[in-house]
Design a binder for this molecule. Sequence first.
Ligand SMILES: [Zn+2]
Length: 151
Amino acid sequence: MTRIGFWQLVLDDRLSWWEAKRINEAADAADLAGAQAETAHYATMNLATRMQAMSREIIMLRTAITVLVQTLKDTNVVDEKLLDARLEAAMEAAVPPPVAHIASPFAAGGQPSAAEGPRLYTCLRCRQQVPASSTLMTADGPVCERCPSAG
Ligand SMILES: [Zn+2]
């Protein structure tokens, strides 16, 4: 979109100063939106490239671990069942359980699941238990809305 220049405005009877001003403002807004879209596009492309690189690395790691485990099992260096059990336990420890399991401490006591409240965080500053929705996540951890942020 091109802006309307000074001489064009002066020489064209059909165009008022206000119209030209509005059109130029729209042109500026369109230019800005275009630049922002371009920035977002490059950010997305950058992310896609990194995702592809990470996917390749995960495939390579998975292949390496599969070969390693298979070799260990084939050569009878380790007990296959023990290795499987240890791997399973380590995986469980590494991947946190779903939120539902954490938020239902009453499930074992036979309480209905409706007793589940909102997820609570402990505020870093006042040490109060506050609903997760009313906290701000900082670099150090959750801080409740009542505590002013030092940053
Ligand atoms: Zn607080």
